[in-house]
Design a protein around this ligand. Structure first.
Ligand SMILES: [Zn+2]
Length: 236
């Protein structure tokens, strides 16, 4: 795509109701390595609201799932009221579709990021409607854990590929340094409770892979971008 610099890395995070005390550990690393990041928020968070908007973008992570056949559209409006600056959205469980496009646009969304293409290269933002673009993502920590891949940099999309590299992490997996799914399942019983800290993995896991990625970004002088920066690009 014309104008979009190659080697650009997008670090995105679905917060999934993790409380601020535990979310802080992810923020600390991003501040330490001085990289840009986009958080898709599920809930009120004084921590997210306190972040420097030049380094951190806040998007919405509405949970449209509801018992029965109806979509919970209020989830979108509640989050927009909490984060009025948001222009992007990624749904919890990636639930999306044509019906939600108009609701999202009416709520001020200019992009959505619900299309997941695991380790796909040469990704580009694409127009979804006249007013909104889709920004796909090509790596997700939960898929990595589900596929039982080793926690090595070679498992990530090639960072020098000419398209976008859009990573999706869940701060709970950075907090727990998740290595196997069962650890997360065990910890989830105590979600956001002090007991959850007992399940933190001291070996190799998602946190160590995340730190290795940050170290590579720094040592290779790769640039990180906010998702909303895709909006400045001209899309054919
Ligand atoms: Zn989610």
């Amino acid at each position: 795509m014309a104008g979009m610099k190659s080697n650009s890395i997008f670090l995105t995070f679905d917060t999934d109701w993790l409380k601020d005390d535990y979310l802080q550990r992810t923020i600390d690393l991003l501040v330490e390595f001085d990289v840009k990041a986009t958080f898709f928020a599920t809930n009120e968070s004084p921590l997210l609201q306190s972040l420097d908007p030049a380094q951190f973008e806040i998007g919405l992570h509405p949970n449209f799932n509801k018992a029965g056949r109806e979509l919970d559209l209020d989830a979108l409006h509640r989050l927009k009221a909490l984060f009025p600056q948001a222009v992007g959205t990624r749904s919890h469980t990636l639930l999306f579709g044509s019906r939600l496009l108009s609701s999202c646009h009416a709520t001020g969304m200019l992009y959505e990021s619900n299309i997941y293409l695991h380790k796909h290269l040469n990704l580009h933002p694409v127009p979804r409607t006249k007013e909104m673009i889709s920004i796909p993502f090509n790596w997700s920590d939960d898929k990595h854990i589900e596929l039982e891949r080793p926690f090595e940099l070679g498992e990530l999309p090639t960072l020098d590929n000419p398209g976008l590299n859009v990573f999706n992490f869940h701060p709970v997996h950075i907090f727990l340094n998740t290595d196997v799914y069962q650890r997360y399942e065990n910890a989830k019983v105590h979600f956001n409770q002090p007991e959850m800290t007992q399940f933190i993995n001291s070996g190799t896991g998602m946190r160590s892979l995340f730190v290795a990625l940050l170290q590579t970004v720094r040592s290779s002088s790769l640039s990180t971008l906010l998702m909303r920066e895709c909006l400045n690009e001209n899309i054919d």
